[in-house]
Ligand binder design. Sequence first.
Ligand code: GTP
Ligand code: MG
Length: 806
Amino acid sequence: MSRHRNVKNLDIEDGLDDYDYSAEEEEDDLSPEDRAMMARGVAEVQAALGVEAGKVTVAQIEESLWYYYYDVEKTVNYLIKKYINPPAPKKKPPPPQQPNGEFATSVFAPGMPISPQPRQSLASLFWDMPWGNIPKHRETTFIPPHVPRGGLLGGSGAAPKMSKLQALAAARKKKAEEKKAGEKKAEERAAADVEQAQSKLKELSVNETTTTSSRGTASMAGAFGRRLKTAQSAAQGRVPLAANEPGLTGSSIPSLSTSATPSTLSLSEDNRPIDKAPQSSFAQTLFASPLEKDSSRKRKLPEYFALYPDLPQSVIDAFSKPSPDDIVLQAQAKAGKKNAAPAQPKKKSTATALSTKQASAAQVTDKVSELKISDAVLPKSRNLDVPAEYTKSQQKKSASFVVVGHVDSGKSTMMGRLLLDLKIVNERAVDKLRKEAEIIGKGSFALAWVMDSREDERAHGVTIDIAMNRFETERMSFLILDAPGHRDYIPNMIAGASQADFAILVIDAKEGNFEAGLRGQTYEHIILLRSMGVFRLIVAINKLDMVNWSRERFEEIKDQITGFFKRLGFQLDKIAFVPVSALKGDNIVNRSTDPAASWYAGRTLIQELEASDPKPRELRKPLRMIISEVYSTMQSPVTILGRLEQGCVQVGEKLLLLPANQMAYVKAINTNGGEPVDWAVAGQHAEIALDGIIQEYVSIGDVVCDPNHPVKVMKEFTMKALAWDMFWPMPVDVHRGRLHASGKVTKLVAVLDRATGAVTKKFPQAIRKGQVARIKVEVQDTVPLEAGQRVVLRRGGETVAAGLLE
Ligand code: GTP
Ligand code: MG
């Protein structure tokens, strides 16, 4: 029973000596305090159920109490819904909702606690979900988000519309599938097109003089350009696109440079300095099949198709033949023109017998062939000295903070209150939320809904993913990262903590709730913060309105938590305690006016936030940014959001994306949801519109870096890890910010002395709780990592170890 083990063996500083291994064996035994609380809880639940108590067993009551951390009210509600008045079984469960296009997990069934965690055995863990017979409505679907959450940088909680590019991609994919069935037909169509193109050409009768007029050439260019595109599309059996297709950015569709004079016109390749996989607009327009990042496969394909490793061979073959236009151009070349068809000059053409009329047409086409087909002009890098620009700009300091704590401690309510009292959201908006919340019987969550914008979050009254929001004070600008408290969403909390300069730890002061939190995620979050290098903490002891602003309760909690901090090596002068009521708005922005709270004269929460300095910024180091969101914007179908961990970025700059190992260009940057900016620096969260890359190469958790100083992509790494629980060579999940990878501990190199780091034992068989060890970890797919980064290892929903990469 790991929750209990965490508390029993809280003092990891004490190491092994006083580690009680008997506790491991009596896996499911309760501590005396737990036993007392359990007995009291069972009695209270039975009393509350009255005559209905006979319909549930003591074991069921205990199980629910355990899950709800002895919350009698929630337990009673659950038991009634589950056993006493279960809802009539429906014939067909409704399909799961997928709000906001984000991952919709359907582990929640109405009236059921979230992911119940029976404590008896692994087998009973899935008590209601037999393997191989998972009801359709409970299967989990992952859909990548398309917009930033929580209103950051212009995003909203509303379900995103499918972008035109996405709609186009979906349409193309469908077409590609249909094409498989009708490949033969397509080939015939292509052949027919060749004939048609040739016969059309024969009919061409163009007066030489028209070529001298730039106007004439321009219109020809347009016509030719359209023809070229239509013919190519037709040959592929795909929907032809106009060059000005709405919804596509300039980079995705070639534009014909009509202003150029005939003599300077050239039909050139995309001439941007892209190092890898020249992602021409043509290719991007024609293909949309999902990519496999399998480099070995890519190498076997012709260079042009390296981007599209899973194209059917027939499609590749179709492209290995000259297109109808190529045939025409080659024919023209044969007729004596120099510049025709530079791309495939040696292919045999069937169109050999062109008339002189055609030759003159070819002359026109010769000029036209030099038409420059290029993507929209990229903003050029101004090669700014960004750190110097940043100093000159005298911007306000910016800091991001993560809000952590046990489930239901009031984190989201507190942030909603903060934004309301700072007038970032207005009273009317909150009133509207309150009305909506009351409709589903969750009126008390109205303020939390300011942050919790997902439908599933609102329906269940829990935060699931990190929600972000911004606000400014006179001195600083802040980014809120509101983390989930529920144990199932610890990876999201890790992602939030990895982007934070400091943290607000929220503790529920209500009798019993603080204690339950200690056994639960209050303690786990504290250790995770420590492991991730977050040392500045503001401890907001919340819900003091529920204990009548008892100073004793506040001091009691403060003393206990301070003990943990000391043992975990936090510097106490970096930790502040504030007694608050998020619901009533006491000591958040405004000082409490409750006479019972008059004993507190210290800083309010906002004053503590303003007194918190961000971590030092490393602006002169090479760029490092972990992608936390990928979505489409007006500026680019591939727009990323993330925090710059170090270095700077500017518009026009070339970036390397790992592990895809692809280059991209910075088209636009946005750091505050307002006007685009020219640059961003370490510590800021930046939204970057990319060019020269397709979305399939970009994933949440990927790293963006300076191509001249790339991060290493590795399959195995060595780390110095502090064991949270006993571990040995075994499978683990590796967490680094938003990056989550499957892996395994492959080797236990040595146990180290906690103080000096000297080796105390080589090649141990297992690492025991509290020990520090050097270990080797292998990941399934290569991941970009480098020395000094903090990594958390988890297994089966429990944190096993955390530490630094060596
Ligand atoms: P998760 O994100 O799911 O971990 O929860 P949370 O910590 O964000 O808690 P949330 O803000 O959703 O609040 C949970 C419940 O606590 C809601 O019903 C709130 O109204 C209530 N609550 C929060 N703060 C206070 C407070 O200061 N006083 C009282 N009485 N209730 C509060
Ligand atoms: Mg919350």
